[in-house]
Design a protein around this ligand. Structure first.
Ligand SMILES: C[S@@+](CC[C@H](N)C(=O)[O-])C[C@H]1O[C@@H](n2cnc3c(N)ncnc32)[C@H](O)[C@@H]1O
Length: 412
């Protein structure tokens, strides 16, 4: 029989047998009481094995994740999740979990039926699907983007068709869907399938101090310039899982400028925004970050910026605290604020020229006069209208500054 003795309104239940404690969670654990209750249940399990089932959640609160990480290393815990989004997130944090083969929350919380899934398999090992090249025409992809927009509100209509095509092809292979039309049906019949697509449909690749040369310029030239401002606003657009804004926060901290800076970090994909807010990263991410940090001229121990637990690490509170993460799409053209520095790296490359121009105009309108714009290494302003409103400050590193439009002069 299911129990929830302490606070009945919490969505956490448990059931004990002689050898096992079964904990079922129907929550993202954003309530502090729930996290405390989970901790009590873990401690109270004594010598029993622990099995945890998490239903409905795409993500869980960073502190709950920390608790799980700590318990996963010292006690044998088996973790089952209902959502693939959460499974991928756990995997990136070094926590193995299995998918539950049940669509809804069981009425009787008996041990749910589980299916050992194969999400760890590499895409190229997957059986060949019958999705043929010819099916993914520009016209069909355009129609797909129209329907995604009208049904789910995500606007990919002005993205490069080739990039959308590649992402959809990877998705059908990974999910073993037979062809474009079948994928079309599955995605529009069932929101859960769309959520699966969104796990990494907008490419989310990122790193701490990615392109370390760029961070060297930020450290040695841009921050000393910005230090003359009494307060500083930075917008990191397309921030993915947060490594980029956290790298900035680390630099600002080292320069003694963090307290006077507000960093706004935004992304189209709500999943990555939640992950970024948690600030939890797997060990491999930290190792790569440490290498980049040193290459960018960092002189401290990169690990000192994190609290380690199990196979992951959480960025320290003082850095998480300074960043406001929220979901925002660059296809919405509303001006955000007057920023002194805008980073939008490795995002424009997925947009067609017309959308690139709109976004560059949006950045220009959202900037202070002498502000800096940083784009990705394979992006720029040569092939769009960016030259009208920006000039190159450091062409190689794709760093630009706002032009004074009225006089046509460049600011110094
Ligand atoms: C390749 S990642 C780049 C991350 C980071 N800027 C970097 O360079 O390491 C691209 C990010 O842009 C986001 N993105 C794509 N389209 C967007 C849009 N319309 N508005 C805001 N973010 C978007 C994606 O969700 C993804 O997280």
């Amino acid at each position: 029989m299911l129990k929830n003795e302490v606070i009945p309104v919490l969505n956490i239940f448990y059931e004990d047998s002689v050898n096992t404690r079964l904990i079922s969670i129907i929550s993202t654990l954003y309530k502090r009481e729930e996290r405390e209750y989970l901790q009590q249940l873990l401690i109270g399990a004594g010598e029993r094995k622990i099995e945890i089932f998490i239903y409905e959640a795409d993500i869980i609160h960073g502190y709950a994740l920390k608790i799980l990480c700590e318990y996963c290393i010292c006690i044998k815990i088996k973790l089952y999740v209902q959502k693939k989004t959460l499974q991928s997130y756990f995997l990136r944090c070094g926590i193995p979990s299995l998918l539950i083969n049940r669509r809804s929350i069981p009425e009787e919380m008996n041990i749910p039926v589980v299916q050992e899934t194969d999400t760890n398999r590499a895409v190229d090992q997957i059986i060949d699907s019958e999705a043929s090249e010819q099916e993914f025409t520009d016209e069909l992809i355009g129609r797909f983007a129209d329907v995604v927009y009208s049904k789910y509100g995500f606007d990919f209509r002005e993205y490069q068709k080739n990039s959308l095509k590649r992402r959809l092809q990877i998705f059908v292979k990974k999910e073993r869907i037979r062809g474009f039309s079948r994928m079309y049906e599955e995605i529009f019949e069932n929101r859960e399938n769309f959520e699966k697509l969104m796990i990494d449909f907008p490419i989310r690749t990122t790193e701490f101090f990615r392109d370390s040369d760029v961070f060297k310029v930020i450290r040695n030239k841009i921050l000393p310039y910005l230090d003359s401002y009494p307060s500083i606003k930075i917008w990191c657009s397309g921030c993915s899982t947060g490594e980029e804004p956290y790298s900035l926060a680390i630099l600002l901290g080292e320069a003694g400028m963090l307290d006077k800076t507000h960093i706004y970090a935004t992304d189209l994909n709500p999943n990555v925004v939640e992950e970024a807010r948690n600030g939890m990263f797997g060990i491999e991410t930290i190792q790569k970050g440490a290498e980049n940090y040193v290459n960018s001229g960092g002189e401290n121990h990169f690990c000192d910026y994190f609290n380690f637990c199990g196979k992951c690490a959480r960025i320290k509170h003082q850095y998480r605290n300074r960043i406001l993460f929220f979901q925002h799409s660059l296809t919405n053209t509303g001006i955000l604020n007057e920023f002194q520095l805008i980073l939008c790296r490795n995002v424009l490359m997925y947009f067609n020229n017309s959308l690139q121009n709109k976004v560059l105009k949006l950045f220009n309108d959202s900037m202070d006069l002498s502000a800096f714009l940083l784009l990705g290494k394979s992006e720029g302003i040569q092939n769009n209208d960016g030259n009208d409103v920006f000039y190159a400050y450091d062409r190689e590193n794709r760093i630009y500054r706002k032009k004074e439009i009225l006089t046509g002069k460049e600011n110094c």
